[in-house]
Structures are given as C-alpha cells and as structure tokens.
Write a protein that binds this ligand. Sequence first.
Ligand code: KIV
Ligand code: ZN
Length: 563
Amino acid sequence: MKPESIRKYRPFPPVSLPDRQWPDRTITQAPIWCSVDLRDGNQALPQPMSVEEKLEFFDVLCGVGFKQIEVGFPSAADTEFNFLRRLIDEDRIPDDVTIQVLVQTRDHLIRRTFEAIDGAKRAIVHIYNSTSPLQRRVTFGDASREQIRDIAVEAAKLVKELVPTIPRTEVVLQYSPESFSDTELDFALECCNAVIDIWQPTAEKKMIVNLPDTVQWTTPNIHADMIEWMCRHLKNRESLLVSLHTHNDRGTGTAATELGLMAGADRVEGTLFGNGERTGNLDIVNVALNMNSHGIPTGLDFSDLPTLRRVYERVTRMTVGERHPYVGELVFTAFSGSHQDAIKKGFDRRERETKENPDIPWGVPYLTIDPQDVGRSYEAIIRINSQSGKGGIAYVLDREHGFDLPKTMHPQVGSYIYGHADAEGRELSNDEIGELFFEKFANLGSPMNLVDFELDHTEKKGEVVCHAAIELNGETVRGEGRGNGPINAFVHFLEEAGHKDFKVTDYRSHALRGGSDADSAAYVQIQSLVDSSLVWGCGIDPSIEMAGLKALVSAWNLQHAEA
Ligand code: KIV
Ligand code: ZN
C-alpha cells in the first residue's frame, strides 16, 4: 500500500491477560466438529447448491464423520426450508447426526425455524445477533449496547418458549455474538451471560456459546487471548460448550482455530477446504489433518481426499488451489533436485526400516504425512522439470517404469533427462521420461549391433564359449570368445575382433517390474582404456543373459558415439 493509504488503518488493541495460559498448552484431543458447508459455505457461493446437490453433500459430510452439520438458514428462503424438510421427512439424517439451523434474532424468523425442524430427532437452534461497535454504529444506526443486548435477550426468551412446542425434537441451543472478533470483550460477555441466564443450561444439557471470528481483524494470538478471556469469565462454564467459528481474512483461520483450542474452546465450526464468505471459513480438513499428523485421532475420515475434492468441486463449482494444504494438486510434489534426492532416500530408508519394525514413526523429508494416508498415490511425488535432479529421475524410472538403476548410473541418466527438460523449458511426463531413457540408454544397436549370440559350455569347468556376430559400419563380424560367463566371453570375442579399448567395470541386473513379467533389465558399465571415462548402458530382454549383452553393447555404443 502507499503511505497515504496506510494512514487509514489503526493497530488492533491487545487483550490484557498477563497470566494467559494458552501458550503453554498443546492440543491433545479433537474438538467437537460442526460442518457449516451447507450454510456459511453455501451462502458464499456465486451459484448456491441446488437441493439435490445439498442432499448429496449432506451424505458426504455424514460419510466423513461429522456429527453436527449446520444445514441452512431455513427461514431465509423456501429452498432452504424445503431442503431441511426433505432431510427430516425422508428420514435422511443418521441417528447419531445432529442438524443445526441458523436464524437471526427476529421473532417471525425464529418461529419459522421451529416449524422447519419439527420432527427431527435432534436439532441445534443457533441464534445470532451482531454485537461489535462497528455494527452497532453502522448497521444498527448507533444502537446502544443495551438495545443490542436486549435483542439477544428477547430472542432467547422466544426460543425458550418455543422449545416445548416441538416435543418430538430434542433441541440444543446455541448463541453467537456475531462479529465477536471486534466486539469489546466485556460487552460480548454481557450478551452471552444474558442469554445463559435465560436458557439456564446445565452440565447435563449444555448450550453452545459460539464466538465467531466473523471478520479476522488481528493476529491469532490475540484471538486466543479473547477466547481464553471469555472461557474464564463466562458464567456457568461447565454448562457450556465454547465454540470457534473462524474466517480467514488474514489467511490465519487455521492458526486462530488451533490457538483458540489451546485457549479452551471445545468445538469448531468450519467447512471443507475453507469455502465460505470472502476468503472463506476455517478449513476443517486442514485442522483435522494437522491433528492427525501429530498422532491425534479426530473422528473425521479424510483418507480419500481426491474423491472428496471432486465432489466438492462439482457441487460448489469452486476450485481447490494447487498449493492448498493436504489436498492441492502439487502439495506432495517435489520438482527441486535436492528435495527429490532427500525424498527418495527417505522412502528407501523407510522401506528398509519398516521391514524390521512396521510401527516406526513417519519420517520422510519434506513430507509431513504419508500421501497415501489421504488417498494420494506416490506417482505425483516426484515430477521432473529443469529444476530436478538425478535422484528424482531415478525415482520416476524406478517407481513408474521398474528400472532400478545402479546409483553410479544416476548422474549420467539424470543429466541427460533434465538437460532435455531444460531445453524444452517444461515439465516432462513420466511416459516421456521412460521413452527418453529407453531411446538414449537401452538396447542400442548403432554403430554396433549384436546380431547373433549362442553360448556353450566347454569341457573346462566354469568356462563358456560364445559364438557371436555383430554388425559394425555395415560389416558383419563373426567369431567366438571364451570366458567365465556370457559377458566375459563376449568381451573376449570383441577383443579378438580388435575392440580392445575398454574394460567392463560394473554389472547389475533385475527382473523388470511393471514391464512384461518375462523381461529383465541389465546395466553394464565400461571404462575407456584411452581416457578412463566411464559409461553405463542398459539392456532389456526376456533372457537375463541377453539383457546383459545388450547392456554391454549399449554402453559400447554410447562410449563410441560420444568419442
Ligand atoms: O461468521 C459469522 O459470524 C457467522 C455467524 C452467523 C456465526 O457465520
Ligand atoms: Zn461465518
């Protein structure tokens, strides 16, 4: 902002709470969760959900494990009312799920809300009125504190009167001093205590006091101070469930909620992926998975985030950003070479260690959780562009194409493939990486081509003889060579044919995962006797013996093509 713009703004006053307790606390258990997707989330959508979409979303929320779901604002519109009636009349609400309905502190709206919930097994009636000085001044035309408190009191009385009129429904009561986030604490307390006085909750029949961070004006620590202050001063605390409802204007919805829980709150309202007014409501998935990542069970099942995200995107017509915590397309992906190397090492080590102890704690660099625990495959973890390194490329070749390259081959293959990505200036797909590897390093037939090879045992123990033919520069050369194995025999055949400028320095082979069951991959490293340079080649063949020979010819071709 420009200085003249900045002058418009003021610091947010801190809370005087010198003996605050929350900074020394940790989160050890999950709160009660309440999804407000179908209300706060829905009312923020450019195109609100249809009744059918809301019904589908409701089922999804139940499937995730929410036991409290704010289903709407039934007095606000007929579609909201009808949706609620369908839930109740079609018996769609699981017995262990409590629906919640929101209503302003206005007489006729409250009456209509009670009509809407009649017949539900259990429902939370959530009334709210705005309490902040800004709202009192601007929205309510300089209303006094008393006038605002009385609005809450009158509504609370009416609600109390209406509860016995729907005896089939167990009603739980909730009050929100809306705009709590910039309400003077003593006044928020006055309003809440006035409602508590009327509703007379008990430890057996608690009421919910929801303290909304309606608009985030300040840092999460001050929010936590406000919550701790309220928890200490509210009347009859043991008869209350203190609830958080953070929005995300400053991008700190998650932090404010976590600190608010440390400050004593019992319950959290929010939405999947943080949909909601302006920058959104609290992202419940984020907070719940943060807890899971510290070993805390939450009662919410986010083990298939890709499916959840697809349904969410379809019914809300919102999109989830690529960097969105836990669910974004790229959040488990490393492009950078050093990250890829560390991740590959982490996975390799974990694979070894879990064989001995399947319960070792998670510990892979750069990955706060195992992507598979939220339904992501390992496929996307390492993606290759010009920032990538040899470890990442080896990882893709291994995981996607089944090539377990010898470690000393990684630099040669890596520099070729990321050089290609650099030249192209784009990311390479896993298939392209496989193709590039194959074209450049495997089964090379030029300038030398292996056209024939047969192996016999000789009368000498441990010795074999090969009868081989190669094509080189348009000429076919036939001959034989002896050795202690096929590669050794073939090297001697090449020496006999005059190719004495190299020696074999390393050899590996394995069955090729992912390819045809019958295929083997072999890797041969040769060293030039002219300049000592080292080159790896790869061979693929149903016979492990032929794979080795093809690897040797490939290495030879690479060496001689580069010379
Ligand atoms: O953000 C808010 O303050 C609300 C209230 C109605 C709880 O959504
Ligand atoms: Zn809200």
